[in-house]
Design a protein around this ligand. Structure first.
Ligand SMILES: [Zn+2]
Length: 149
């Protein structure tokens, strides 16, 4: 390999961040000139907190719709393998504050939700691994973190 590949998140000092937060994590310009933005939606403090898989999975299913209702041109919203947050990729620039406001109101919606979309074997790759109870417990904890920061 002659050209070294740099991964933005591998260069982030995870001991120096203060979650929950929203951070810009990358930008690409397509050949036709469109800007693709990536945001780090960090929900738990790295190496201190972690969201269990069932709660994380349910938060993923719920944020998929709630975030798209608030922010245009979302390409993807994916859980991090470390289960401390999500990455959001979208077309065009959105202010950090706007992404954070959308995240906070989406987490508030999770607290009010009574059902989770797409939880059948046909619609999901691991439909047995969901917890709305867990999603709401962690959403509450994350919201408390946002309010005290
Ligand atoms: Zn699923």
């Amino acid at each position: 390999m002659t050209e070294e590949i740099e991964i933005e998140s591998f260069k982030l000092d995870h001991t120096k961040v203060d979650a929950p937060y929203v951070r810009e994590a990358g930008e690409l310009t397509t050949p036709s000139g469109d800007i693709i933005k990536k945001y780090d939606l960090r929900l738990m403090q790295p190496n201190q907190g972690v969201i269990p898989t069932a709660a994380m999975h349910t938060i993923e299913h719920l944020l998929a719709g709630f975030m798209r209702e608030k922010i245009d041109a979302i390409i993807d919203l994916s859980p991090m393998g470390c289960r401390t947050g999500f990455y959001l990729s979208k077309i065009g620039e959105t202010e950090i504050e706007e992404v954070e406001d959308a995240l906070i109101s989406s987490l508030e919606e999770i607290l009010e939700t009574e059902d989770v979309p797409a939880t059948t074997a046909k619609e999901c790759g691991n439909y047995r691994d969901h917890s709305l109870f867990g999603a709401q417990e962690y959403a509450q904890e994350i919201l408390t973190g946002f309010k005290s920061s």
